[in-house]
Every structure is written in C-alpha cells, then in structure tokens.
Design a protein around this ligand. Structure first.
Ligand SMILES: Nc1ncnc2c1ncn2[C@@H]1O[C@H](COP(=O)(O)OP(=O)(O)O)[C@@H](O)[C@H]1O
Ligand SMILES: [Mg+2]
Length: 328
C-alpha cells in the first residue's frame, strides 16, 4: 500500500514560493489501478514524483508498504525505487541504445548477471508485444511502440508499483486504448499496482478502479470511478467529466434536468418509457453513460417541455420510478 499523509510541496523560486501540493492524503491499495485526474498545473506530476521521492516533499509522509520514505538512507531509497517503476508522456528512452539495451539498462544498474539480463529483457519485450524489434532503435518506432519499450523497461526490476505520468497523452485514441489494455493486463496477470496520472476522463474511465480528483494542489474528491462519475460532488469533477462546451446547446426549451443512472439498466428504455408514459416531448441534450464491468452508469441531460403541465408529468414520472435528477 502507498500512503500519503499530509503531503505538502512548495517550490521555492527566486521570485516566489509555488505551492504545488497542499495537505494531500491518499491511500493506494495493493492490486488496484488508481487514477489521479486534474487540469494542467494542478500538481499531478509533483504528486507522483513525491511517491518515489524524485521530488522531496516539503512536509508530510510517504509510506510504501508501511515504510516511511523520507527517513530512508540513499541505499535503501535506491532499493525501494526498484520496486516502483515509472513511465512518462515523453517515453524517456535512450536514443543511442537499441530497444533490447533500453530494457536491459535498469537490470545492468541493479548488477544482474549479463545472460540473465538479456533473457529477462527479451521476455519483457515479448510481453509488451515487441517480439522481433529487439535490434531497432527508438527513432524507428511509433509512439505506441516506444511506450511499450518504456513499459518493459519499467517492469524490468519486477516492481510492485507502476507510476504512469500522462503515459498516453501523446498518443492517438486507438493507441491509447491498446496501451491501457496492456497496463490492465499487467495489473491482472502480474499483480502490479498501477497509479495513472491523466487530464483525460476517458483514461480513468477505461481502466481505473478508484480515482482522486486534484485541483489547485488539493484533492477535490475521491472514490470509486463509477460513483464519482455518476455523482460528481465537486465543480472540478463535473467539469472534467462533462466539458462545459458539450453541455451548452442553444435551445428555446424549458428546464434542464440531469438524470443520474447508477447500475440498474440502460438509459434508452427509461427515456423511451418516460416519453410514452407521459406523452410529452423531451429533448435529450446529452447522454453520457458508460459501461463498467457490466454495469451502466453516468447521466443524461434532458430538456423538459415548455408546457408546464407536461413538464410536471415528467417530474412525477421520474419521482415514481425512483430516478434521481437535479436541475442544471
Ligand atoms: N521544479 C519546479 N519549480 C517551480 N515550480 C514548479 C516546478 N515543478 C512544477 N512547478 C509548479 O507546480 C505546480 C504544479 O505542477 P505539476 O505538478 O507539474 O502539475 P501537473 O502535472 O498537474 O500539470 C505548477 O504551478 C508548476 O508550475
Ligand atoms: Mg504533469
């Protein structure tokens, strides 16, 4: 388990102090895929770099499997870092080294014997789907392939944890999906606990179990992805889940309601039944529902008819059918 306790980080520059993290408290459990989402500048990279002490916290504690990192000596810290792999948006490969030698690198540093290093590196490249590309150089690979090399390299020392800082942000949607699938496979098959930092809700949605929303150096909210997605409590979570411009549809209609769906059924039949039962026209301004492990969740924004009587019928129907809603 990774525990962050009252974690604070202030960068001191020549002209000012920049508070990047302010009293962050989080627990990341073994075996889960934990997402941290926030806008640019929110403090995400600082947070993830504090987890392996690439950045020294100003105050507070980082505990990994119960061990407080800030008290470790240099040698223990290096050892601990072998247990925490990391991948980045920019891949950070060694351009002068072949794919195979990139993956060998952390093992060489760890002092593993040469034959064993090569064997392990080849096996890892196979795992990430780069069988046959051992002799290529990074410049000969696509972005997705480069990230696969970086993942193999991060896994070389068999870490228990893998930190991913915007690992898919430079990739197109299809490549993003395939990299996230690979991460999920690594999580399930190798039991690696994964921390995903991103500014994109769709990344969280695709693979994370739980999510923390970070805004202006603070955790705005935290919870199961399905819960935060269905019922975001903070303004920032709402904005991240439904970008504002997508909800702004110019219409002449009546009140707008956000209907919340959490798990029981697909949204289609509900809306259709409602319209049939009420005999009232309803505009669907936006449907944002997803399936997560066979459960449908998310919400839909509808616009009520301008006719007050018809609008009331819909409200009554929603109340009778136990569908939660709020005015937007
Ligand atoms: N080395 C640094 N020196 C000074 N300020 C920094 C440094 N790194 C990050 N910051 C500042 O800390 C804040 C959080 O940055 P960062 O953690 O990179 O956010 P994110 O990854 O969410 O975009 C920003 O205001 C950023 O400008
Ligand atoms: Mg960042």
């Amino acid at each position: 388990m990774i525990e962050l306790k009252h974690l604070c980080k202030t960068y001191k520059t020549a002209t000012q102090d920049i508070v990047a993290l302010d009293d962050i408290n989080l627990n990341i459990r073994d075996g889960e895929i934990f997402g941290i989402i926030g806008l640019s500048g929110a403090g995400k990279s600082t947070l993830v770099r504090c987890i392996n002490l690439l950045e020294t916290p100003t105050s507070g504690e980082v505990l990994v499997d119960g061990e407080s990192l800030t008290t470790l000596n240099r040698r223990s810290l290096l050892k601990l870092r072998q247990n925490i792999g990391m991948i980045f948006q920019g891949f950070n490969l060694l351009e002068q080294r072949t794919v195979l030698k990139n993956v060998c690198f952390p093992l060489e540093i760890a002092g593993v014997e040469r034959q064993a290093v090569r064997k392990r590196a080849r096996a890892l490249l196979k795992l990430v789907g780069l069988d046959g590309r051992e002799a290529s150089y990074p410049s000969q690979l696509s972005g997705g392939q480069k990230q696969r090399v970086a993942i193999a390299r991060a896994l070389a020392t068999s870490p228990k944890y893998l930190l991913c800082d915007e690992a898919t942000s430079a990739l197109d949607p299809n490549t993003t999906r395939s990299i996230l699938e690979l991460l999920r496979q690594i999580n399930r098959e190798m039991g690696v606990t994964i921390v995903i930092i991103t500014h994109e809700m769709k990344v969280i949605d695709q693979i994370c179990d739980r999510v923390a929303v970070i805004n202006q150096s603070h955790i705005a909210e935290e919870g199961k992805v399905s819960e935060v997605f269905t019922n975001p409590q903070s303004e920032i979570a709402r904005d991240l889940i439904i970008p504002r411009e997508r909800t702004v549809l110019e219409t002449e209609g009546g009140k707008r309601l956000r209907l919340k769906f959490n798990g029981e059924t697909t949204i289609g039949p509900h809306i259709a039944e409602m319209i049939l039962a009420c005999q009232a026209p309803v505009s669907i301004l936006m449907a944002n529902t997803r399936e997560l492990e066979g459960v449908i969740y998310g919400y839909t924004i509808i616009e009520l008819p301008t006719d007050r009587y018809q609008a009331e019928k819909i409200i009554v129907w929603l109340n009778c059918n136990g569908i939660p809603y709020e005015e937007v």
